[in-house]
Design a protein around this ligand. Sequence first.
Ligand code: GRF
Length: 207
Amino acid sequence: MTHNRCRLAVLGSGRGSNFKAVAENCTRDDFPVEIVVLVTDNPDAGAIGIAEEYGIPWRYVDVGEKRGHMKPGSEQQIVDILGDFGVELVFLAGFMRILKEPLLNGFPNKILNIHPSLLPSFKGLKAQRQALEYGVKIAGCSVHFVDKSVDGGPIILQAAVPVEDGDDSDALAHRILAEEHRIASEAIKIVAGGAFRVEGRRVLLEP
Ligand code: GRF
């Protein structure tokens, strides 16, 4: 009964805990999504072992050494892989590269990212540390559509967690991560189901 599920690709650079959380939900018969491929830019990514554990095909793409960027041609390679797997929706789960035209044009409004802050606060790297150092009392995470901006596309879901006085950034990151694992699948399910509309910056859920 997998033929009419939404075909999701996950792009990840590291540990892969969000990937795993989504993969686990995809094993449920009532979850309307299947992960058809993992693409990684890191041959040592923990996500690769998770893909193998769940029987999900994976591909490595050499996107070059320049931090945050993808060398010419490599982004098109990713688009081609996604095409080969008939991908309909893309989830960036800790993919540490900025997307440009090939992916953004290939999958308009079909790419989701998860970010460990309550956007628009604390964009970019080490968001949990930024939150702690700023002194906020409430932190959290966001799933948003990806556009040309960095961590700036329309927000689909957010979840908040308290910042405790004794937190260091690892403790805060750990608390946020539990919420990431929950809203990642929830947001993917919403977008896969199509019961939403985007009005300006607002993503409105339809009953
Ligand atoms: C998560 O905190 C995610 O929000 C950020 O990168 C981290 C990836 O962690 N974009 P994991 O690889 O999913 O464990």
